[in-house]
Design a protein around this ligand. Structure first.
Ligand code: FES
Length: 375
């Protein structure tokens, strides 16, 4: 085992890219049609076993919509038998009380239900489903009733940031224990729709102030509000994934192993769990070793005294915005490409006062794939 490489503590199983919803901020890849067949139940179980032997402790089930996998209960049971802490990240569509009970019986530790908005009209418009909101409400209540801590996730963007007070009110009404108010990050479909999603600084500051008012008013008697700010309004980049190939390992539906959910869009070959053991992939593959350490860095990262803190930021963001994943993340004020972030903020200001977006808003679905790839 190479020295200096940590364990893949956090394993994310993206069970499927299939999803009944069409969120324009989805972080799945644009190329939804051309991925290989999904891993079978036995293949997933083998991956979990290999990960556990390597020291993985947390296992997330996500997608797409993981509920579309009819073997989800089996996968949960097997993962718990191996000793994982298990987490289901779901829209709630495809769930019912019986299934929540089955998850409970299988040993699932944690369920996070996502909402698009606090009102039925906006939620369903953003989700592209007329029944989504009612189903989410029912499932949030069911999850709570069956003894799980209630964890709600709202992706926040220009269309719903103005109703953050109502989002918090809904979370209180549902007796949520934790609420993630996560400003959209611009990967996958969110990146091509960024013009439509990025809030202005003013909107962001107002939303954070409202969140803080609620925190003060609730004073610990209500949901814990987690406000996640977007790096587009920062001057230093985030330590994405806590460092490339450091603690995080994603397995995509077709078995491609990735250091983060967006990395398959990089011009790097990533190995597949069908062809290699997880141990080979983690410790010895070119893809996982690509951005480990500091040797790969160009200036200004190479000589930066913050490189051990932020690892040069996000490789996927550097690639998307500069065409070269070796560059500093343009979020950084020291990057020669930082003007692209500043420009996105300026565009957000212009669009907020009635400007026209240069690109159409594209719902995440296979029909829009060609148009999305052309942007
Ligand atoms: Fe891939 Fe940040 S999302 S490195």
């Amino acid at each position: 085992m190479p020295t200096g490489v940590g364990k893949p503590f956090w394993l994310l199983a993206e069970l499927t890219y299939r999803c009944p919803l069409q969120c324009s901020y989805c972080s799945n890849p644009l190329d939804l049609k051309n991925t290989g067949p999904e891993l079978t139940t036995d293949e997933w179980i083998r991956v979990f076993e290999q990960g556990r032997k390597m020291g993985a402790a947390q296992l997330g089930f996500s997608g797409g919509e993981p509920l579309l996998r009819q073997d989800l209960e089996i996968l949960i049971r097997e993962a718990r038998r191996m000793g994982y802490y298990t987490n289901l990240i779901t829209s709630g569509l495809g769930m019912d009380g019986r299934r929540v009970a089955d998850f409970h019986a299988a040993g699932l530790d944690h369920i996070q239900v996502s909402f698009q908005a606090s009102s039925e009209e906006l939620n369903n418009r953003l989700a592209g489903s007329h029944k989504a909101f009612a189903q989410k409400l029912a499932m949030a209540k069911e999850v709570k009733a069956q003894g799980y801590p209630m964890v709600l996730n709202f992706v926040i963007h220009r269309d719903n940031i103005g109703e953050i007070d109502k989002i918090i009110e809904l979370s209180i009404e549902l007796q949520a224990d934790f609420v993630e108010l996560a400003i959209a990050q611009y990967y996958g479909w969110a990146f091509i729709n960024r013009e439509h999603l990025l809030p202005t600084r003013e909107q962001l500051q107002k939303a954070e102030a409202i969140t803080n008012e609620y925190r003060a008013r609730l004073n610990g008697n209500g949901p814990k509000l987690i406000f996640v700010t977007p790096d587009y309004y920062e001057e230093r980049p985030k330590a994405c994934m806590n460092g490339w190939g450091n603690i995080f390992l994603t397995v995509a539906p077709d078995g491609t192993a990735l250091p983060c959910h967006s990395a398959r869009e990089l011009p790097i070959d990533f190995p597949n769990v069908r062809d290699h053991s997880l141990e080979d992939i983690w410790y010895r593959s070119t893809g996982f070793n690509h951005f480990r350490g500091y040797e790969w860095m160009k200036e200004p990262c190479r000589s930066c005294d913050e490189k051990q803190k932020d690892f040069g930021g996000c490789r996927c963001q550097a690639f998307k915005l500069t065409g070269d994943a070796n560059n500093a993340d343009p979020v950084c004020g020291k990057s020669e490409h930082h003007h692209k972030i500043v420009q996105a903020r300026t565009e957000a200001d212009q669009l907020a006062v009635g400007g026209d977006a240069a690109t159409p808003l594209l719902a995440r679905n296979v029909h829009n794939q060609e148009a999305a790839l052309a942007i």
